[in-house]
Structures are given as structure tokens and as C-alpha cells.
Design a protein. Structure first.
Length: 218
């Protein structure tokens, strides 16, 4: 019988550092957006000054101006989740729309898409700890939709579903399906939406099967 290993929770100190990194990244993105709204095409150094962050720290998150600008564009243009899904709505339909919203925004500029991925890889390779510094923007869609199923899915099932959904939404998913799968833009979006919906359906089907087994055993 195969056993699935649970992923340990982050220690308190590690979680605190992760939260601090997230706040620092967001401060840099917010500063870049503000400067762009003022009509500037800011450098990483200018963004660091506006965000009151050291230049060295800013370059840890954004090795180039191109990476910074491409991410601020994605951050600013990502529509709020409530525009297409609210608690009580169909989670299967909602996750498909979420996948489409994230992936459409990213794939509209494939050069920026690859610049962002190169930025992520550069930051990871140059980091002594090799800890992820990504914004996890897709999780702003995934987590609320999956957590709406807390009455149906166990905490472990929800965690696994969130992790699985993160595979089919975002830069890596699009690069894989385009460059390796040979999909067109339309095919890429269709495949990602289909995969996201399939994952939610599978999680729900497994939960239902578990309930049936328990009922049969009573």
C-alpha cells in the first residue's frame, strides 16, 4: 500500500521570513506601479528608493528593470476574484475562469512571460538559501475557491488541491504547454482551464467516494 507523505508546516521563524519577503516584494511592486502611474519608466534603484528598501535587496527580487516592469504590469492588470466568482458560486466553473484570467494576462505578452520566469530563476540561483521569492499571485484565486469547499474536503485534500492547481496556472504552466506541448495560445488557455476544472472535479469525486465507504462501513 502506498503512503502519501504529508508536507510539514513551516516553522514559525520560516513562516515569518516568508511573510516579510512577501511584504518586501509587494512594497517594491506598489512603488513601481506608483512611479509608472506618475509617468515614469522606473529603474530598480528608483523603485527601491521609493519603497525605502536597499538597492541590494531590491535587486534580489528584481534582477532587471524588465523583470520589474513585467511583474508590475501583471500585478496591476489582474482582475479581482469577485469579478467572476464569489463564495457560493460553482467552484468548478470558478477555477476554470480563474485559470483563464491568470493565464490570459500572462500569455498576452510572451516576451514578458519569459522575462518573468528568467527573473524567478535568476533570483533562486543567486540566493544562498534557494528559498522561493515568488509572489504567488495565482494563489489569490486558488485559495479562496478551494477553501470554499472546507465542508466537503478535508484540510489535507484542500492543501493537495491547491498545490495541484498551482501547477496548471502561471508562468511555468504556460511555458510548458507552449514550448513542450506545442500548443497554440488558444489551445494553451483551453488546456489549462480544462486541467483546473478536472482537478477540482477529481477532488470532489474522491471526497464523495470516501464518504460512501464510511457510510457503508457504519
Amino acid at each position: 500500500m502506498s503512503r502519501t507523505k504529508s508536507i510539514p508546516a513551516l516553522p514559525n521563524g520560516a513562516e515569518g521570513r516568508a511573510n516579510q519577503r512577501s511584504r518586501t516584494r509587494q512594497a517594491l511592486i506598489d512603488a513601481a506601479i506608483a512611479l509608472r502611474d506618475e509617468g515614469h519608466n522606473p529603474t530598480v534603484a528608483e523603485v527601491a528608493e521609493r519603497a525605502m528598501v536597499s538597492r541590494a535587496t531590491a535587486y534580489r527580487y528584481f534582477p532587471s528593470s524588465e523583470a520589474l516592469i513585467s511583474e508590475t504590469a501583471a500585478d496591476r492588470d489582474l482582475q479581482p476574484l469577485e469579478n467572476f466568482w464569489r463564495p457560493g458560486d460553482d467552484p468548478v466553473k470558478g477555477i476554470g475562469q480563474a485559470a483563464n484570467a491568470v493565464n490570459t494576462l500572462l500569455i498576452e505578452d510572451e516576451i514578458a512571460l519569459h522575462v518573468m520566469e528568467r527573473s524567478f530563476m535568476t533570483v533562486w540561483l543567486e540566493s544562498e538559501s534557494h528559498e522561493a521569492l515568488r509572489p504567488g499571485r495565482r494563489m489569490n484565486y486558488i485559495e479562496p475557491i478551494v477553501d470554499s469547499l472546507r465542508d466537503v474536503l478535508s484540510p489535507r485534500a484542500r492543501k493537495r488541491l491547491k498545490q495541484a492547481l498551482s501547477i496548471v496556472m502561471g508562468t511555468e504552466a504556460l511555458i510548458a504547454v507552449r514550448d513542450i506541448g506545442g500548443a497554440s495560445v488558444d489551445e494553451s488557455l483551453s488546456a489549462a482551464g480544462w486541467a483546473a476544472r478536472a482537478l477540482v472535479r477529481q477532488a470532489l469525486a474522491e471526497a464523495q467516494q470516501t464518504r460512501r465507504k464510511r457510510s457503508a462501513g457504519e
